[in-house]
Design a protein around this ligand. Structure first.
Ligand code: UDP
Ligand code: MN
Length: 254
């Protein structure tokens, strides 16, 4: 049978959240055997996300985990200052491990884990590429790190180095969107998680270091020659008019 793809998505309340989650959920509807684990960066589950998930038609799990206050990016901080979505991804991993423990048997160790931020752009093909992951599979990511793309460089079927604009000496100089891990490997390493204290650019490495070595990486997307996922970012909408109307008591409700 097709292994299930468990997609872990951190998300947080902001003007574009519903738009992002709508686009993402409608992509996922085209992917067979996908289980969406949505983790809100919030002290509670919000009705906006609950309603969206109920109506989505997807198989999902709805979780929440607020980012500790001192770790949270503030409104006017530059986005690189602190890692984002860390506690949420770890909460997704915790749930997955716990859920497998609670429901043992059969093929419940079979599956693939992928971390999908809510603002990226995913081709359907990337999910079919990752479905055959045995340990950790990798592929290029477009529009990231100040580059057209970053990618693992493959020679003789093996990853031998990374094409990246910055610190190629990092253990795994890859974006979150550029790899998937087999559920088996996640379960066999029950302590592995993302280290929110890792220096800038080392978040992905902090998780992968305990799981694989470079020569074990499984290159996908035609030996890492195709871009099938893009690190797109959504512009923050300007609310100048809205605020002007609000001052007159005429603003929109939501
Ligand atoms: N995120 C979050 N809390 C935050 C900021 C971001 O949960 O305070 C989520 C966000 O919804 C996304 C992921 O973490 O799924 C990565 O954030 P973002 O896309 O802003 O990071 P970037 O694209 O700048 O790396
Ligand atoms: Mn993003």
């Amino acid at each position: 049978t097709n292994p299930t793809i468990f997609v872990i998505t951190p998300t947080y309340a902001r003007l574009v959240q519903k738009a992002e989650l709508t686009r993402l959920s409608q992509t996922f509807l085209h992917v067979p055997q996908l289980h969406w684990i949505v983790v809100e960066d919030s002290p509670h589950k919000t009705p906006l996300v609950s309603d969206l998930l109920v109506k989505s038609g997807l198989t999902y799990t709805h979780l929440h985990m607020p980012t500790a206050k001192d770790r949270k990016l503030q409104e006017n901080d530059p986005s690189w200052l602190k890692p984002r979505g860390v506690e949420q991804r770890n909460e997704g991993l915790r749930w997955l491990r716990e859920d497998r423990r609670a429901h043992p048997g059969g093929d419940n160790q079979q599956g693939v884990v992928y971390f999908a931020d809510d603002d990226n752009t995913y081709s359907l093909q990337i999910f079919e590429e990752m479905r055959s992951t045995e340990r950790v599979s990798v592929w290029p990511v477009g529009l990231v790190g100040g580059m057209k793309y970053e990618r693992p460089v493959v020679e003789g079927g093996k990853v031998v180095r990374f094409h990246t604009g910055w610190r190629p000496s990092r253990p795994f100089p890859m974006d979150m969107a550029g790899f998937a891990v087999s559920l088996k490997l996640v379960l066999a390493n029950p302590e592995s998680c993302f280290d929110g204290e890792a220096p800038m650019g080392f978040l992905e490495s902090s998780f992968l270091q305990g799981l694989v070595t470079m020569d074990e990486l499984e290159p996908k997307a035609d030996n890492c020659s195709k871009v099938l996922v893009w690190h797109t970012r959504t512009e923050k909408p300007k609310m100048k008019r809205e605020e002007a109307l609000q001052a007159q008591g005429l603003g929109s409700d939501r």
